[in-house]
Design a protein. Structure first.
Length: 277
């Protein structure tokens, strides 16, 4: 049965939710190998491009309360994370961006905490676009207003990331009690309406079901400018409320990534591998 599903994928035929579910349920090493090899074959038909991205964290100061239960980024949340607060100066952002460009890396990701209505993202974009030829992705979650999104569009921001993380509202509310799923959806829609490429993805292993992952991927098709789908695996931070929550096995991330390629859901999209660090 697995072979039949993979054959459909190779022939650019969309697979059903039940077939997608069977791929996500694979537990035999030989079948996982087939899954990965098929995904590589499909990807290579479209592009063998691997795009490097380097990250500049603008600030870890975040006003979200209650805190996201897994967060090790905000100040004082985890001794394994960014324990001390910081907010980079314009000079520090510029220096980092120039170093990234000189290293031959084509894109910078500028990320930051919540509570600035997108002003931190706009400022970083102005600095990068005025002084380098880098592509820029900004990621401040749902901390964007219509005004700041339009300003990012005016500045020719290449990509805006707002991860929904999970489409299961109960799971979302449990792990992110200071935010709402609807707010993030509205941010994604605002980015899409402004004509900016949208990056939005999943945090695998929060407690969602396999069916939730499929529904999430289908939902992302609602955003016309969707260009990237980050597939991230949950890893617990010490000292946080989710410190004892099990990490997401690499195999689960692999099955989700390969499933995205083989599902046919995004058959009209360019496929590229983005390596961020």
């Amino acid at each position: 049965m697995i072979d039949e599903i993979l054959k459909k994928a190779v022939n650019n035929k969309k697979i059903s939710d039940d077939e997608f579910l069977q791929l996500l349920k694979i537990n035999k090493e030989e079948d996982l190998k087939k899954l990965c090899e098929t995904a590589v074959s499909i990807r290579n038909k479209h592009s063998k491009l691997i795009k490097l991205t380097s990250t500049v964290h603008i600030t870890n100061k975040c006003t979200i309360q209650p805190r996201c239960k897994y967060c090790g980024f905000a100040p004082k949340t985890s001794t394994e994370g960014y324990y001390e607060s910081f907010y980079k100066t314009d000079e520090e952002i510029l220096k980092a961006a120039i170093s990234i460009e000189e290293a031959g890396i084509p894109r910078v990701s500028c990320s930051g905490g919540y509570g600035y209505k997108g002003k931190q993202a706009v400022n970083a974009t102005e600095i990068v676009k005025s002084n380098t030829s880098l592509e820029i992705l900004v990621n401040v979650g749902g901390d964007l207003t219509e005004k700041s999104i339009n300003k990012l569009a005016d500045l020719n921001a290449d990509t805006v990331c707002c991860n929904l993380e999970t489409i299961n509202e109960d799971v979302f509310n449990f792990v992110k009690p200071g935010e709402t799923l609807n707010d993030r959806i509205e941010t994604c829609q605002g980015v899409s309406d402004a004509g900016i490429e949208l990056s939005s993805g999943l945090l695998v292993g929060l407690g969602e079901s396999l069916e939730d992952r499929i529904a999430h991927l289908r939902y992302l098709n609602n955003f016309e400018t969707l260009g990237e789908i980050p597939i991230m695996g949950f890893n617990p931070y010490k000292d946080t409320p989710m410190a004892n929550h099990p990490p997401s096995p690499l195999e689960e991330q692999l099955k989700t990534i390969t499933g995205v390629i083989e599902s046919g859901l995004f058959i009209n999209y360019d496929i590229e591998v983005v390596v961020a660090g």
